[in-house]
Design a protein around this ligand. Structure first.
Ligand code: UDP
Ligand code: MG
Length: 317
């Protein structure tokens, strides 16, 4: 009954884990004693191939208190994969799981609010930042631009929501059917459906240690997000090729007019004409091939085509 698992990916987080575990312990124990969640609830820390004392700290926590559990990945696999590993483990044991960062940037007081939303019948509860005050100007504008761009590309993504969210067991089961290797959780989860709601929170500064997301990782994360969700960039190439081809027809007429009025040197007309015409055809052809590649891409991802929420039929009883 109402078993809650917290899933926390940890990569070189020795500086924050003690404080994080203390705060989570208080929150979990309060909710257990008020009967909101079961005493079987756990805090699961996923060690994503840390090179510092992270795993030792997790093992100690587990030894001292059965509330804490740990999963150790064989090497660093990145935030999204560590998160997935923890969630897929939790799926087998919990009724709901909340994922959050180890560095206390996600306000832990929102945990209880998320559980309340779950108890009201929501399967997915998104943690949404109320402001980005604590981010640097660069991170704020780049992140906002990224969310906008994703929406323009037609990706259903929740504004200002990172990976702080609650998912019910059946939402996790549905998530497990998304077999894609380039996993961008923020984009996949809205595809699952079910009732969902939002809890807003203030994003804090990192409690200690430094960000594990340097600019390079951030850019590759954004690029992954775009290319695993949208084939619109390919369509853009098709469109570009088509436009160039159309322009080249107009250009041909203009070149012909110039030629007939004798304002050109020998050979210039055919040269210019073919450069534009062939160029347009090439880009257009690339776009058409790209369309097929995009289709293949969608097929190999083999995403589930639907998730059933309820069945009303006497047979299924
Ligand atoms: N993280 C991880 N593997 C990685 C990088 C990060 O498990 O390869 C974890 C990290 O320990 C933290 C969370 O992902 O719990 C978010 O990372 P961070 O706080 O460094 O990112 P930022 O908040 O700066 O975007
Ligand atoms: Mg952080």
């Amino acid at each position: 009954m109402n078993i809650l698992y917290l899933v926390i990916p940890c990569y070189n987080e020795e500086a924050v884990l003690t404080e994080t575990s203390n705060r989570l312990k208080v929150i979990m124990e309060n909710m257990i004693s008020s009967g909101k969640i079961s005493s079987e609830s756990r805090v699961i820390m996923v060690n994503d191939g840390s090179k510092d004392k992270t795993w030792e700290i997790i093992s100690k926590l587990h030894e001292n208190n059965k509330l804490f559990g740990g999963i150790k990945l064989s090497r660093n696999k990145g935030h999204q994969n560590a998160l997935l590993a923890g969630l897929m483990y939790a799926k087998e044991h919990c009724d709901m799981a909340i994922s959050l960062d180890a560095d206390l940037q996600d306000d832990v007081n929102a945990i209880e609010k998320m559980v309340d939303e779950y108890l009201k019948g929501n399967d997915i509860v998104y943690g949404v930042r109320s402001s980005r005050k604590t981010d640097t100007f660069f991170k704020r504008t780049s992140a906002e631009g990224f969310y906008k761009f994703m929406q323009i590309l037609g990706v259903d993504i929740v504004n200002n929501h990172a990976d702080y969210r609650l998912m019910s067991r059946r939402a996790l089961e549905s998530l497990s059917e998304y077999k894609e290797v380039n996993l961008f959780l923020r984009g996949v989860i809205p595809l699952i459906g079910f009732n969902s709601s939002i809890v807003t929170y203030e994003r804090n500064e990192r409690f200690a240690g430094e960000s594990k997301y340097p600019l390079k990782k951030m850019l590759s994360f954004a690029f992954d997000g775009i290319t695993s969700f949208s084939v619109k960039p390919i369509r853009f190439i098709t469109l570009l090729g088509f436009l160039i081809l159309a322009c080249s027809f107009i250009g041909l007429i203009w070149l012909l007019v110039l030629k007939l009025s004798g304002k050109t040197v020998q050979g210039w007309t055919t040269l210019m004409g073919s450069v534009w015409f062939i160029g347009g055809i090439q880009i257009f052809a690339l776009g058409v091939i790209g369309e097929y590649v995009g289709k293949i891409y969608k097929e190999v991802k083999a995403r589930p085509r639907y998730t059933i929420e309820t069945i009303l039929d006497d047979i299924s009883k």
